[in-house]
Ligand binder design. Structure first.
Ligand SMILES: Nc1ncnc2c1ncn2[C@@H]1O[C@H](COP(=O)(O)OP(=O)(O)OP(=O)(O)O)[C@@H](O)[C@H]1O
Length: 323
C-alpha cells in the first residue's frame, strides 16, 4: 500500500523568483494490488510527487507510508519494497542486456541459483530472451524499456513506481508494454503508481488520479470518472466560439463550457443530445465549423476537471502566464 497524507512541497524562492508550491496538502491512498495512473497537465506536480515517493527529495511536510514503512523515518526499509522505472533511461546502453541485469542483481546481492531463477522470472514476459548478449544501444526503444522493467522486477518489488515509462515509444510498442505491465501486476499483485499523460494508457487502470496545481481534482475508476460527465455531450468547433457560446447561453438558456475554439454542452446526457444538436444547427449553422455528439472519454474528464485542454495549459506555461 502507498499512503500519502497531507503532503506539501514548496520550492524555496530565490531573489528573483517567489517560492512555488508544487504539492498542496495532497492525500492519496493506493491499496495493495491496485494499479493507479497519475495524470495532470505540465506543472501539476507529478514529477515532484514522484521524486518524493522515490526518496530523491524530501517534502516540506506530510507523511508517506510505503508497504507499511514510513518513508521519511525508515527510508531504506520503505525503499526496499519498491521498484522504480524512470522516464529517462537508467540502464547503460554500452553494456549488453545480460550485463545490465547482472549489474543490478549484484547491487542487490543476488547471485547463483537465486539470480538465475529471478532472471528467468523477470524475462518471462519479455522479447529479450534471444537478445541477452546484445548491447542495449542496438535494441529498439520498446525492447530497451523491457530491459528497464525486467531490471526492476529482479528484486521482486511489491510496489512499482513508473514515471511516463512509454515516453518515446511508438503506439504498438507502447500498447505491448502496458499490456505486459498489467499482466505482471495482476500475477504478482503489485501495487503500481504510474504517471502518464496518455489517456488510452489509463483505460485499464483500477483508478485514475488527476492533479492540477499540486492538488487532486479527481480520483476514481475510469468508468466512474467518465460517468460523471453523463452518457454523451455535444461538441462544437467554431471560429466565433466566444460569441457563439454567449448566444447559446442567452438565447437557448443552455449550459456551456468553452475551451479555445471549442464549445461543449456537457449536460445533454438524458438521451436528448440529438434534438439539441438539431436545434443548434438550425439556429447557428453559419457559425458552426463542425458539431458532433460524443461519449465522454477520459480526456474529456481531464478537460472538464482541469478547465483547460492540456495544450492550452502547456501554451500558457510556455508564455509564463500560468502560476
Ligand atoms: N526545482 C524547482 N524549483 C522551483 N520550482 C520548481 C522546481 N521543479 C518544479 N517546480 C515547479 O513546481 C511545479 C510542479 O512541477 P512538476 O515538475 O512537479 O510538475 P509536473 O506535473 O511533473 O510537470 P511535467 O509534466 O511538465 O513534468 C511547477 O510549477 C514547476 O514550475
Amino acid at each position: 500500500m502507498i499512503d500519502i497524507a497531507h503532503l506539501t512541497h514548496v520550492y524555496p524562492g530565490t531573489r528573483k523568483t517567489p517560492p512555488r508550491t508544487a504539492i498542496d496538502d495532497l492525500s492519496l491512498t493506493i491499496g495493495d494490488g491496485e494499479f493507479c495512473i497519475l495524470s495532470g497537465p505540465n506543472g501539476s506536480g507529478k514529477s515532484t510527487l514522484f521524486r518524493i515517493l522515490c526518496g530523491m527529495s524530501l517534502p516540506s511536510s506530510g507523511r508517506i507510508s510505503m508497504g507499511g514503512f514510513d518513508l521519511l523515518k525508515y527510508p531504506s526499509k520503505a525503499r526496499a519494497q519498491m521498484g522504480v522505472v524512470f522516464q529517462s533511461p537508467a540502464i547503460d546502453k554500452h553494456l549488453s542486456v545480460a550485463e545490465n541485469l547482472r549489474l543490478h542483481a549484484v547491487l542487490y546481492g543476488l547471485r547463483g541459483g537465486e539470480y538465475d531463477h529471478r532472471l528467468t522470472e523477470a524475462l518471462a514476459w519479455t522479447d529479450l530472451k534471444d537478445r541477452l548478449a546484445d548491447k542495449v544501444d542496438t535494441l529498439s526503444g520498446g525492447l530497451a524499456r523491457q530491459v528497464e522493467l525486467a531490471k526492476c522486477l529482479l528484486t521482486r518489488p511489491s510496489i512499482l513506481l513508473l514515471d511516463e515509462p512509454t515516453t518515446g515509444l511508438d503506439p504498438s510498442s507502447r500498447r505491448n508494454f502496458i499490456m505486459a505491465l498489467h499482466k505482471i501486476q495482476r500475477e504478482r499483485r503489485m501495487t503500481v503508481l504510474m504517471t502518464s499523460h496518455i489517456f488510452s494508457e489509463a483505460e485499464d487502470a483500477d483508478r485514475v488520479a488527476i492533479m492540477k496545481g499540486g492538488r487532486l481534482l479527481g480520483l476514481d475508476s475510469p468508468q466512474d470518472l467518465r460517468a460523471k460527465l453523463g452518457r454523451e455531450m455535444v461538441v462544437i468547433q467554431s471560429r466565433h466560439a466566444e460569441s457563439l457560446e454567449a448566444r447559446i447561453r442567452s438565447e437557448l438558456g443552455l449550459k456551456t463550457r468553452r475551451y479555445g475554439d471549442e464549445v461543449r454542452l456537457e449536460e445533454t446526457s438524458n438521451g436528448d443530445s440529438l434534438p439539441v444538436l438539431e436545434k443548434l444547427l438550425a439556429r447557428y449553422r453559419a457559425d458552426i465549423d463542425s458539431i458532433a455528439i460524443k461519449q465522454p472519454t477520459l480526456e474529456d474528464v481531464f478537460i472538464h476537471l482541469t478547465g483547460q485542454t492540456a495544450e492550452q495549459i502547456e501554451r500558457e506555461q510556455m508564455e509564463g502566464a500560468h502560476p
